[in-house]
Design a protein around this ligand. Structure first.
Ligand code: NI
Length: 147
């Protein structure tokens, strides 16, 4: 188990755009494992994106209580409907905000073996996909809050 330091709001790396992963190798799998360890160690985290641990690569881990999802180069390929959600972020401790997210999203990504996968999420999972993929663009939920 290897924990990585979580970068906090104000750290410039959170505002940078992450690069695509060209090859899903052991090094990438190690980063994904470390990200998962770091997320679980933080206790209340449902997801973590690589820039949050100081790595500008398009990597995301999510666990909304239905098991760990590891995503490489995730892209939202379809958004449907709208929902009002409350979000927080491990990089912005003790702050929550209300915002509007799609009710359902479809994500295309590679898994940790470099195979293409398509995932659909509704409700909290849809929100989490959007939140984590935003991190890869340097976007934080605080940019989108309505309240
Ligand atoms: Ni976040």
């Amino acid at each position: 188990m290897a924990l990585r330091e979580i970068r906090l709001f104000g750290d410039e790396i959170l505002r940078k755009k992450s690069r695509n992963v060209e090859v899903v190798d052991d090094k990438i799998r190690q980063i994904l494992d470390d990200m998962a360890d770091t997320m679980y160690n933080a206790g209340n985290g449902a997801g973590l994106a690589a820039p949050q641990v100081g790595i500008l690569k398009r990597l995301v881990v999510i666990d909304m209580g239905q098991g760990l999802i590891k995503l490489v180069n995730p892209q939202i390929i379809k958004k449907e409907g709208k929902q009002e959600v409350i979000e927080g972020c491990l990089s912005i401790p003790n702050k929550w905000g209300k915002l509007i997210r799609p009710a359902k999203v479809t994500v295309k990504a590679l898994n940790e073996n470099g195979e293409e996968i398509i995932l659909t999420g509704t409700g909290d999972l849809a929100k989490c996909f959007c939140h984590e993929i935003d991190h890869l663009e340097g976007i934080l939920f605080t940019d989108l809050v309505t309240e």
